[in-house]
Design a protein around this ligand. Sequence first.
Ligand SMILES: [Zn+2]
Length: 255
Amino acid sequence: MYIFFWAISLFFQACQGADQSSEASGVPLSTATPATSTAAMPAPDAGSDYLLGKFDPATHPDFVKVGKPYTDRTGMTLRKESFEAFKKMWAAAQKDKIVLKIISSTRSFGQQKNIWEAKWERFAKDAPLPKDRALKILEFSSMPGSSRHHWGSDIDLNDLNNPAFESGGKYQKVYAWLNEHAHEYGFCQPYTAGRPNGYHEEKWHWSYTPLSKPLLDEYQKNITESDIKGFKGAELAAEIGIIQHYVGGINQQCK
Ligand SMILES: [Zn+2]
């Protein structure tokens, strides 16, 4: 009986989060994927400019280029640690006949500003009031300076539409595979369904948590909404509660 409860408690411990993923996958710790892929890392040397995406990943020493076969696009970069973990996950997926393609990775403040301001123009007619318009954009897009894509830890995979990953969708098997295995490589889906706050569900967006967890902590310690500025509608950041509701409004398992 004691053994039974011990086994059950181990099981529940294993389900608590990505850091426990080697147990969750049934692999003994001693032969698990190297610790670099799933273990929590010390907080990277990230000042405010880094956290806000105000640097050039193409020249940052901790970033690497991401090319074929991992993406078909050009100009992609990731933090080295994220890319090393992704390559392991990609290879494991390929063995299971699952093709993972990165369609977006690190984005600078300037790139996010282009995305945001294009939507700001596009939604002007449907949402003439600035706050309504910002909330409409925030269904799927971040204010510049508040995107996890700034950090080099986050990727979008295969398609930017949830139905593609759902029953009958082109990537249904991809999503099922990610749900089962991504945690073994340190990846977590931050924007799941049913959260009380933040962006809508995004089945394509995955975070490398050994990096993104300490960066989220740093962000919440060091950045305030007065740092989120320099684009149309930025003055709404505090009123909307961008940091609490959007930066912080993620799947608890990714924290
Ligand atoms: Zn994304």
